[in-house]
Design a protein around this ligand. Sequence first.
Ligand code: NAI
Ligand code: MG
Length: 359
Amino acid sequence: MTRKILVLPGDGIGPEITAQASRVLAACQARGLDVEVEEAPVGGTAYDLHGTPLPDSTLDRARAADAVLLGAVGGPQWDAIEDISKRPEKGLLGLRKELGLFGNLRPALLYPQLAEASSLKPELVAGLDIMIVRELTGGIYFGQPRGIEERDGQRVGFNTYIYSEAEIERIGRVAFEMAQKRGKKLCSVDKANVLEVTMLWREVMERLAPEYPDVELTHMYVDNAAMQLVREPKQFDVVVTGNMFGDILSDAAAMLTGSIGMLPSASLNESGQGMYEPCHGSAPDIAGQGLANPLATILSVAMMLRYSLGENALAERIEAAVGKVLDDGLRTADIAPQGGPYVSTVEMGDAVLAALEAS
Ligand code: NAI
Ligand code: MG
């Protein structure tokens, strides 16, 4: 059965990096991967064309796709849009919500070839390979009631941190299954000493644990987790946490690798449909100059093949091709040593394709 992939290039460097990822997809097609690839506008680009960051035609095609590959959205030219619901980021949030993408997978993997890029000492991060599983559609970012209002003569701001047992259970299962496929260690991060919602979180994780006897479950308070992440990051294998803690911890973990241009991500829904995108944004400062590193987006294609299309062998081939070009010393500007030589976005794409062909 032919599966459908929707590519959403978006804004800034988005079109440059998704172009290279699409070449990799085409190379997979040439090797027998049975997929149909389409493109559609999203973000500021869609706003300029259709007056909305998420046109119905884009959303309908995303719903019909088995997987979506997104570049990035946003840029200064759209920051002045007064109607917040029309800002580029709303395109991304709308997709997450409409597709029910509750399970966000954010690997923090340090390529040994890039160990000097980390902000930590090489021996602390050499071989670093963490998977952060973040709940993406609930928690304090979405809880009701919320707002800013006048109470007793002064303004107060408030949000609601809420998770149902069912929401905790479904993200918990994603994380336990991930741990089973990896190093069999799962650390659940909460603030159960202070927040009732995370007491329930901890209770649900404990209840699930006997169903995954091969996985060792531990718990950590979020403040300690932040500390441990920079003190001894290699103690972690899979980390599971809620939306806000996951937002913060995954950005911190990303920085341990020192190269935001290298990090892919996946967001999955209950039927295994997923949206795949680099962790970085639209990098308007370097857009259109051929400076963008396309590897995070190419590695997002590998995650797509693994998690939505069940093509593990192809995913591994792509990851190996990326490893090969790094071994060969190819670097885009963001990962090149200070003042060292670097290649363009397209040249990096060329090199990955050549490595794929040779594999
Ligand atoms: P950013 O991730 O776009 O850029 C941060 C820094 O990293 C910049 O110096 C940029 O040049 C560099 N960088 C990012 N990706 C790179 C790549 N592939 N290769 C080489 N260098 C790279 O974050 P920033 O500057 O905070 O946001 C810029 C715009 O992107 C904003 O409009 C923001 O709203 C949007 N954004 C979009 C996201 C998304 O679509 N998922 C996520 C984060 C930000
Ligand atoms: Mg963030």
